[in-house]
Design a protein around this ligand. Structure first.
Ligand code: DGL
Length: 269
């Protein structure tokens, strides 16, 4: 394994293609950094699995990226961050950033009426990870969590606007709206692509928190604090690994990333 230094890559993993929303933000905030992305496309979705299974998969993902000599690990998957973050932290020697805490912090800053909604996969909502993270900052805040599982295939299908997306969003978001939240956390990798529809249903006065954006900012802060930013101005290297179907990953992923995916390799974990 190479020695870890400023030039080492940032490792990012997700259950599949969704974590590219976080990677896109990392590219925007840290354009000079080398990155390695791993999408566990053979075992996606994580959102319907038990915490034990998600933790086992996450551990293997983290080990793979650690073996590539990363300087920092971003767990872009909300489900993995919700149920496995502590186990991942114990398994690698580099800093580990999950998406829950950065999103929760921003939601706390944003709420005025102290009512925050959280939407995510079944496993994320069941874990109450966002609720716990929000209450750890301010326990007078009320948190209302709702799973929205159909949003994931909808986004992968490219149906992020139009009649069907609106119908699904209206059905899922009715209850969270009724709770009178003024802030809504998009607690799943795919949901930022539905921002327009979600905002239309919730109302333009409801603040939407994008955990991917907050996580990228947190990544930049940690690298700076640790003096680990890449200082070379040469074009960064951006590698992609998947555990299955690289062609589908490229097809769907380029839509998420809004740029070309050039170097991709299929691996076995
Ligand atoms: N990446 C997952 C998340 O953010 C969504 C897809 C899945 O269920 O694996 O929770």
């Amino acid at each position: 394994m190479n020695e870890i230094n400023n030039n080492s890559p940032i490792g990012v993993f997700d259950s599949g293609v969704g974590g590219l929303t976080a990677l896109k933000e990392i590219f925007r905030v840290l354009p000079d950094e080398n990155t390695i992305y791993l999408g566990d496309t053979a075992r996606v979705p994580y959102g319907i699995r038990s915490p034990e299974t998600v933790t086992r998969y996450s551990f293997e993902n983290a080990q793979f990226l650690a073996s590539k000599g990363i300087k920092l690990l971003v767990v872009a998957c909300n489900t993995a961050s919700s149920v496995s973050l502590e186990a991942i932290r114990k398994s690698v020697s580099v800093p580990v950033i999950g998406v829950i805490e950065p999103g929760a912090c921003e939601a706390v800053k944003g709420t005025r009426n102290k009512k925050i909604g959280v939407i995510g996969t079944e496993a994320t909502i069941k874990s109450s990870a966002y609720k716990k993270a929000i209450e750890a900052i301010d326990d007078s805040i009320q948190v209302f969590g709702f799973p929205c599982p159909l949003f994931v295939p909808l986004v992968e299908e490219g149906w992020t606007e139009g009649e069907i997306a609106m119908m699904v969003a209206e059905k899922y978001l009715r209850e969270v709206k009724e709770e009178g939240v003024d802030t809504l956390v998009l607690g799943c990798t795919h949901y930022p692509l539905l921002k327009k529809v979600i905002s239309e249903v919730m109302g333009s006065d409801i603040r939407l928190i994008d955990s991917a954006v907050e996580t990228a900012k947190r990544t930049a802060e940690i690298l700076k604090k640790d003096g680990m930013e890449r200082r070379v101005k040469e074009r960064p290297s951006r590698g992609f690994y998947v555990t299955d179907s690289p062609e589908r990953f490229v097809k769907v992923g380029e839509r998420f990333l809004q740029q070309k995916i050039e170097r991709i390799e299929k691996i076995e974990l």
